[in-house]
Design a binder for this molecule. Structure first.
Ligand code: KIV
Length: 272
């Protein structure tokens, strides 16, 4: 199956079919209708309204101040701007950790704004919440490895899953989230080999960011991939504007590079 031939909005089932066919899934973060329209036309399969909007849109130094209302506002804009991409919305800090019921209420607000799936950070400690949401009709994407909402607990934005014990913990978290009903899992800033092992051990889709090429797909923060503002970025970022042309050209290059496996390369990946 080629996702390129589907002209309606992609569903969770379409993404699962792509995954089963071994086709890499391309996801971008997106926060507004104009970028949604541009990315939608380039073959991108999924748009994530990430709480990274706290950094790249609102100018904060972390994702912690982002609210459910912020994510809902930007989700509605992305939905209006796109016709085809699958839409995921991030559950911001404090919107889901306290109880499954609180998570459900906030997830409902994001689904009502246009999301088809919500993403939440955390491992096995979030399994009961994931199960609660999934049992009530809300598809869930987990997010493990570097979880930016825990930046202060982690002591900074550091690569996770290094060393045998940490790697085993991460694998156990991944399995717990799959078992709880998550159908997608973001793996952020972990060694490439570990991400490959986690992906091989799971039936669900893994989406890497700083997790090497052996994930089922990749997510790129749109401002990073297009070098906005210009300057030094994390090791895993490739500047797709470096070859010139328009943002649409750069987005097409990014889609092609993920699809053909040339991004991320070893130079964008972490070792154990
Ligand atoms: O908020 C975000 O942009 C994210 C991605 C980095 C996965 O969570």
């Amino acid at each position: 199956m080629s996702a390129q031939t589907i002209t309606r909005r992609l569903t969770q089932a379409d993404l699962a079919k792509l995954h089963q066919a071994g086709d890499k899934i391309v996801m971008f973060t997106c926060y507004d209708a104009s970028f949604a329209r541009l990315l939608d036309g380039t073959g991108v399969e999924a748009l994530l309204i990430g709480d990274s909007l706290g950094n790249v849109v609102q100018g904060h130094d972390s994702t912690l101040p982002v609210t459910v209302a912020d994510i809902a506002y930007h989700t509605a804009a992305v939905k209006r701007g796109s016709e085809r991409a699958f839409i995921l919305a991030d559950m911001p800090f404090g919107s889901f950790q306290e109880s499954p019921e609180l998570a459900f209420r906030n997830a409902v607000a994001l689904m009502a704004a246009g999301a088809q799936m919500v993403k939440l950070e955390g491992g096995r400690e979030m399994a009961a919440t994931v199960r609660f949401l999934v049992d009530r009709g809300i598809p869930v994407c987990g997010h493990i490895g570097l979880t930016p909402q825990s930046v202060h607990a982690l002591g900074g934005y550091k690569v996770q899953g290094k060393g045998e014990a940490a790697a085993q913990r991460l694998k156990d978290d991944a399995l717990a989230l799959q078992q709880a009903g998550a159908t997608m899992l973001v793996l952020e800033a972990i060694p490439a080999v570990l991400a490959g092992e986690v992906t091989a051990a799971l039936a669900i889709i893994t989406i890497g960011i700083g997790a090497g090429r052996d994930c089922s797909g990749q997510v790129m923060v749109v401002h990073d991939a297009f070098d906005i503002p210009p300057g030094k970025k994390a090791k895993f970022v490739r500047n797709f504007m470096a070859d010139g042309g328009s943002i649409a050209d750069a987005a097409a290059r990014a889609v092609a590079a993920v699809k053909d496996g040339s991004y991320p390369g070893p130079e964008h990946s972490y070792t154990a």
